[in-house]
Design a protein around this ligand. Structure first.
Ligand code: ADP
Length: 393
């Protein structure tokens, strides 16, 4: 029957397995053939198990299901380089209410509650998040994965293209294989315009053409499996330059969500979040936060984070000036010596205590604001592109 046939088809696929490789299908039979054709050993591995027999440190042959030998050598690269631990939800992201709602309706809920959405709205499998840099596009993609407990494959151009020139299409194949295997999963294509730019079509190298073709084949596979509960793979892409995007790629990213700069209220949240309750002097109050927000029109989330980081740095510098560093080091040394004979004896010196407690002050923040300028100059181009290609909801 059909099942046997598919077993038949994949039999004979072999790949190379190194120590630490993960078994990515239900069953692997690992074996090593001696020159005379007989088997040195045969070993069964189950799903997610790591190949870790100390006596088998050499490279061995393995049998697995559904992947070509040539593509399989990228498994470890992708698993080590690409899969990112996700511990973030929509609540950790300031503002962007509309983008969150759209992603929830479009991607998260249909996957979590497929029975509720059949016939009403099928999940969108290809979504583009576009807007100026540092506005939370990567955060949103991670949160989508976090909301429905998906594996997150964070693919930058560097991982997919530059590092392994000429073999990129094999990495792509392997990537989507792993994404399907670990489904539900989110494949995040960062800087997608650089990955498949519109320019250079004529002078395009054979290798990059192969790469593009493979990427499209894989994305189409994902899009076609819409509604199929067994293949819950979502492709999210991000771009700071959506106008540079290849048209064929743009078409495949059927929903396009604008992620813009934070407004006044969102900037207030950001300042509060980045400063943190425990490290603010009481004089950093609501009025102070609102003034900061009022003075940072046009700043991105990443800019605001930098302002706060600078302010904390400034406070640390001042503290270091207040205390005599040499005294502090002597004090710490003395405490360490005393500590050797006396467990928990009395606690650290004056300087040590101060260092634990950075209490950021309004003047630090306003000082930092003088030094950190907004990085995004103009959003008109984004608005125009949004009007032309953005999704209307
Ligand atoms: P990009 O849009 O370029 O993908 P990121 O999502 O990587 O931007 O955000 C960069 C950093 O800026 C984040 O790590 C975070 O600290 C901060 N940031 C940006 N936007 C937000 C936001 N809306 N809420 C919280 N932090 C944000």
């Amino acid at each position: 029957d059909g099942e046997e046939e598919s077993e038949e088809k994949v039999a004979g696929n072999f790949g190379v397995l190194c120590k630490g490789s993960r078994c990515i299908t239900k069953n692997w039979v690992v074996s090593h053939q001696k020159e005379d054709g007989s088997n040195d050993f045969e070993y069964k591995m189950s799903n997610d198990e790591k190949f870790n027999r100390p006596e088998d440190e050499r490279v061995v042959e393995m049998e697995y299901v559904g992947m070509d030998r040539d593509d399989s050598k990228f498994i470890d690269i992708i698993m080590n380089d690409v899969v990112d631990g996700v511990g973030i939800g929509f609540d950790d992201i300031a503002g962007l209410k509309q983008a969150k709602q759209l992603l929830n309706e479009a991607v998260v809920w249909p996957l979590v509650l497929p029975q509720l959405f059949t016939g009403i709205r099928e999940p969108w499998k290809g979504v583009l998040l576009f807007g100026p840099p540092g506005t939370g596009k990567t955060l949103l993609a991670k949160a989508v994965a976090g909301q429905n407990n998906s594996k997150f494959f964070n693919c930058s151009t560097a991982t997919l293209v530059s590092k392994y020139r000429g073999e990129s299409e094999k990495i792509v194949k392997c990537l989507f294989y792993l994404a399907r295997h670990y489904a539900p999963s989110v494949v995040f294509l960062d800087e997608v315009d650089a990955l498949v730019g519109a320019r250079g079509a004529e002078g395009e190298h054979e290798a990059s053409r192969r790469f593009k073709t493979e990427l499209f084949v894989q994305i189409d596979g994902v899009v076609l499996s819409k509604g199929d509960e067994n293949a819950q793979v979502t492709v999210l892409a991000a771009s700071n330059n959506p106008w540079d995007l290849d048209e064929a790629m743009r078409r495949r990213l059927e929903k396009r969500i604008y992620v813009g700069l934070p407004d006044f209220t969102t900037r207030c949240y950001m300042f509060a979040q980045f400063i943190g309750e425990d490290s603010a002097d009481p004089s950093v109050d609501v009025t102070c936060i609102e003034t900061l927000s009022g003075n940072t029109e046009g700043y991105s989330g990443a800019d605001i984070e930098l302002v706060v980081r600078e302010a904390k740095m400034e406070r640390t510098r001042e503290m270091l000036q207040e205390i005599n560093v040499e005294d502090l080091m002597n004090e710490m040394e003395a405490a360490a010596v005393a500590g050797e004979g006396d467990e928990g004896g009395g606690g650290g010196g004056r300087g040590e205590k101060k260092q634990d407690n950075i209490m950021i002050k309004p003047q630090d923040l306003f000082g930092a604001l003088q030094r950190v300028k907004r990085t995004v100059k103009d959003c008109d181009k984004y608005h125009q592109w949004n009007a032309k290609f953005g999704s209307v909801f």
